[in-house]
Design a protein around this ligand. Structure first.
Ligand code: AKG
Ligand code: FE2
Length: 252
C-alpha cells in the first residue's frame, strides 16, 4: 500500500492501527484513475483495471475481512463513500441514485458461489436506506472487485457471455472450452473488477447475466460486491438528474 505516488495516501495504512484514527478524512484522497476494457456490449460487461487502489484494499481487508462469513461495510466508512462515488461516476447517464452497502466476501479452498443472478425475481422494497426505506427496487449495476487473489481457481464465470480470444491476458482471463465460444471466465486479480448491467431497458432482469464464483482450489479469494439500486419509478437512462442528485444529497 505504501507504493502510492500520492503522499496524501501514505497515512492510510496506519489509520486503523489507531495511530491516527481521527485524521482519516484528512489523508483520504478519493481521486483515482482506472481503465476499462469492454468484454461484451449486449449484455454490457466491462473489465476494469485498477478499480481500487492498493491502499483502499489494504484498509478494507484489514478492517472488515472475516474469514468465515461475508461482511458489510458501513456506508459511513470513508473508503466506502469513495467507492460509492466512484461507481456512481462510472454510471454516468445511467440511473445512479443509491448504491447498496459494500459487501466483502471470501472463499477458501473448495468454496464457491453457485449460479445465480444478482437481480431479484420479485422486486424488493426494503432498501435498508434511512432516506429511502420503502421504495420498490432491483439491482441495476453490479461491480465485483477482487481484493485478494492469493488463490488458484475461483474464476467468475458467465456461461452465456462470449469468452475471450486467444490473445487475451492470461493473468486476467481463462479460456472457455465450450465450442460455441460462450463462457466468460475472469480470474481473481487484486484491484481489478468487473461491471455488468443487470436490467434490460424494459426494467426486467437480464437472464444472460447468470454467473457463478467457481470453486477455489487452494488459497483464499477475497471479493467485494457493489450493487447500484434500480428504482422503477425513475427512468434507467437519462432520468431526472436533478431529482437524483437531490435524493442522494439527503443521504449525506
Ligand atoms: O465470487 C465471484 O466470483 C462472484 C461472486 C458473486 O457473483 C456474488 O457475490 O454475487
Ligand atoms: Fe453475483
Amino acid at each position: 500500500g505504501k507504493s502510492s505516488i500520492n503522499p496524501l495516501l501514505q497515512g492510510l495504512d496506519t489509520m486503523w492501527n489507531g495511530a491516527a484514527q481521527t485524521s482519516i478524512t484528512q489523508v483520504l484522497d478519493c481521486t483515482h484513475t482506472y481503465s476499462i476494457e469492454i468484454m461484451s456490449v449486449d449484455p454490457l460487461v466491462l473489465y476494469i483495471n485498477d478499480f481500487l487502489k492498493m491502499s483502499e484494499i489494504d484498509y478494507l481487508v484489514e478492517k472488515y475481512y472475516r474469514s468465515s462469513q461475508s461482511a458489510h461495510v458501513p456506508p459511513s466508512d470513508p473508503v466506502s463513500k469513495c467507492l460509492h462515488d466512484r461507481m456512481k461516476s462510472l454510471l454516468g447517464n445511467i440511473q445512479h441514485i443509491d448504491v447498496e452497502s459494500l459487501q466483502l466476501v471470501s472463499y477458501s479452498a473448495d468454496e464457491q458461489f453457485r449460479y445465480h443472478f444478482d437481480w431479484f425475481h420479485m422486486m424488493a422494497n426494503e432498501t435498508g436506506l434511512p432516506h429511502n426505506p420503502h421504495r420498490q427496487y432491483n439491482r441495476l449495476g453490479s461491480i465485483f472487485a477482487y481484493l485478494g487473489d492469493d488463490c488458484t481457481g475461483g474464476e467468475t464465470y458467465f456461461p452465456d457471455v462470449m469468452g475471450v480470444s486467444s490473445i487475451a491476458d492470461e493473468g486476467k482471463f481463462s479460456r472457455t472450452d465450450d465450442p460455441s465460444g460462450k463462457g466468460l471466465l475472469v480470474k481473481p486479480k487484486k484491484g481489478n473488477a468487473l461491471f455488468w448491467n443487470n436490467m434490460q431497458s424494459n426494467g426486467t432482469g437480464d437472464r444472460r447475466l447468470l454467473h457463478a464464483g467457481l470453486p477455489v482450489h487452494s488459497g483464499v479469494k477475497i471479493g467485494l460486491n457493489m450493487f447500484s439500486f434500480y428504482y422503477p419509478d425513475t427512468p434507467i437512462i437519462g432520468g431526472d438528474i436533478a431529482a437524483m442528485e437531490k435524493t442522494s444529497d439527503e443521504s449525506h
